[in-house]
Each structure stands twice: as structure tokens, then as C-alpha cells.
Design a protein. Sequence first.
Length: 386
Amino acid sequence: MKNFEFKNPTKILFGKGQIENIKNEIPNDAKVLMLYGGGSIKKNGIYEQVSTALSNHEVVEFGGIPANPEYSVLMEALKVIKEQKTTFMLAVGGGSVIDGTKFLSSAALYDGKEPWDILSKNIPTLKGMPFGTVLTLPATGSEMNSGAVITRADTKEKLAMGGAGLFPVFSVLDPEVIQSIPHRQLVNGITDAFTHVLEQYLTYPAGAKLQDRISESILQTLIEVAPKVLEDPTDYSAASNFMWSCTMALNGLIQKGVPTDWAVHAMGHELTALFGIDHARTLAVIAPSHYEYNFETKKEKLAQYAERVWNITEGSTESKAKAAIKRTEAFFNEMGIATKLSQYTNDYEGTAEEISKRFKARGWEGLGEHQNLKPEDAEQIVKMAY
Ligand code: NZQ
Ligand code: ZN
């Protein structure tokens, strides 16, 4: 096991009815900026619950943060923060609203000229404006981590940012919120969380038995509850297990002491930036090709994953590892997720070259757990995913 440091300061309020308790987590004298997305919270009762909980606080609202939070919209919200002198933010939404809020947390205290530099120059945020979240869509884990991904439409970029100053102060995880989530977004959530675990687990054996077993448990739990959640989002037991699995998949715990990959996300983000494909679906497109392409370096963990998660126990390391890749792709397909780029766009020719060019321009010369995947390797992987 590798050396590590671990600190996760986010307080979790889990369960039915927890939204009303946010009033105890936000300082009484705070001027709160409440941020939300395209309006789903106004149809499903979450807006009313939050408003009631904050009835004794001074609140300013900013709605309209789109899926794949857009820089130009966030810059409008930044103006509101400065003009209204708000001191605390509350994100009410999925990964996009929470990530957008993280960007604002950083940008509000940033004294450089161009806040986009936080992303393009990879400036870590050590201190941000404090914020809490009410999670409405289990998927990204953003509610309990310190990372964010921001999109810029005019340049077709999607870049990540982060830093110890970007953990939410608190996050409310009420599994009842999933009742109103459209089927497509539920499937996305399962796929995203599943792939988060794979990125931190399908590398090479590092003797981290507990991290491996926690990862395998999250995968097994997602596989078990996925059909139940999709069939009946009012099934509270399935919803709670789904929600907590998504948070645990990316709150930092399972990546401690082990090598991590994240190349699937790096390539996937480009597909969203170029074609607007839902984040989770880009991962399902890239992952099978990525594991095929890096088969030799990943086969031990793939075989372990085959045995312990999919119960594929017969055959050689190679044959179990191959079967695991197939089973993973089938899992995505069974939920209705297409796993080839050509199923999303007819305009895919040249995509692999474009992604390779972008990685080269950013100096991304060593992706993956061995930091040896070159832009040319990414090009091959994306081509295999056509
Ligand atoms: O905008 P509204 O009207 O709220 O509708 C949203 C949106 O259209 C809807 N929705 C959310 N909760 C709902 C609901 N509809 C009905 N009922 C509810 N309870 O769902 C749609 C998608 O929402 P979004 O927030 O975009 O989805 P998700 O949570 O999957 O977030 C995706 C974003 O997170 C980034 C992705 O790149 C993408 O930009 N990620 C963030 C990560 C992180 N911070 O750690 C890691 C991930 O790997 C990922 O990259
Ligand atoms: Zn993801």
C-alpha cells in the first residue's frame, strides 16, 4: 500500500426529511446564494423544502445552471455574488450545479484577472467561499469531494479544477429525491458511479486489500440495486443504497493508498466537450476500448474483478479478464446505454486525432496509472470506440 493522507471534512446529513436541517448548518447571519439548475427542483417539491428551511435566512437565488455547467452562465452568477455581497452558497442540484458552485466558491475569492485561469492553469483552490449542497441526483460524488468540471461552449473545452478548499461544508443526501429523476439520468448516475470505482480499482495489484474490497462492494451494490432503482424509484431501500454507493464511489476513500487511472474520464470529457454527449455515456463509450487496449497491464485486476464482482471463476487470468470487459459493456448495454461513439454522432471521423491534438497541446503526455499513455495511445483508444 502506498503512503497517503486522508481528510474529508464534509458533514453528511443522510435520509428522509434531512433538508429541513440545513437551517442548523448555515450561520444565522449568512447572506445565502441559492443555486440551482434548469428548474426540476420547482416541479418536485425540493425548492419548497429548501425555501421553508431557509425562511429565517437572507437568501438570494440564481437558477439556470445547465447540465455541464457553462462558464459564461457562472460568470453571471459571480456578478450576483459580488453585487449582493453574499457570504455562503447553497447548491441544490446534481453534479452540474454543485460543480458550478465549486467554481464560484473559488472564483469569489480569486484575485487574478481571468477566473478561467483557475481551470486552464490548473490553480488549486486552498480556500473558497463556504457552501453546502442538497444533492438531487446521485452520480458524481461531487457532494463529498473537492473536484469540479466546468464547460466552456465557445472553445468547446471541459476542464477540471479542485483543491482542499472546495469540499462542501455539508451535503444533504435524501434518497427520496430520486423519485422524480428521469430514467435516462438514473442510468447515467449508475454508470458514472460504477466507472468512478473502476478508475480507482482497475489498475494493477497494490496489496491494498481493504480498498479493493470496498471498491468491489460498491460495484456489487450498484449491480444489485440498479434494476430495482430503475424499475421503481420510490423503492426507498434501493434508493438509499444507490445514493450512498454513488457518494462512496468518489469521496476519496477508495483511492487512498492505491494507483488510480482516470484516463477514461480524461477522454470522456472531450466527447462531452465536442458532441455534448452525457458525461456517463462518454465513459461507457471509452471504458471497454480502454481496458482492451491496456489489457496486458490491467489483466490481473480485471481477472480479480471478474471473479469477485461478476462471479466469473472458470478459465485463465486472460480469459476471465476478457470476460469481465465484455460483462461490463453488457451491463451498460442492458441499462440502455450505447457503447460506441458512432451510436451518438455521425460526425465521429477525426475525433481521435482531435483529442490527441488537444492532449498534446496541454502537455498530457502520461495518462493512466503508469503515467505512460501518450496522446497517440489515447488516439488509438478513441478510434477503437468508434
Ligand atoms: O437542471 P435541472 O432542471 O435540475 O435538471 C437536471 C439536469 O437536466 C436533472 N435532475 C437533477 N436532479 C433531478 C433532475 N431531474 C428531476 N429530478 C431530480 N431530482 O438531471 C439533469 C442532469 O443533471 P446534472 O447535474 O448535469 O447531472 P450529473 O449529476 O450527472 O452531473 C454531471 C456533471 O458532473 C461532472 C460531469 O462532467 C458533468 O459536468 N462530474 C463531476 C465530478 C465531480 N465533481 O467529482 C466527477 C464526475 O466524473 C463528473 O465529471
Ligand atoms: Zn464521472
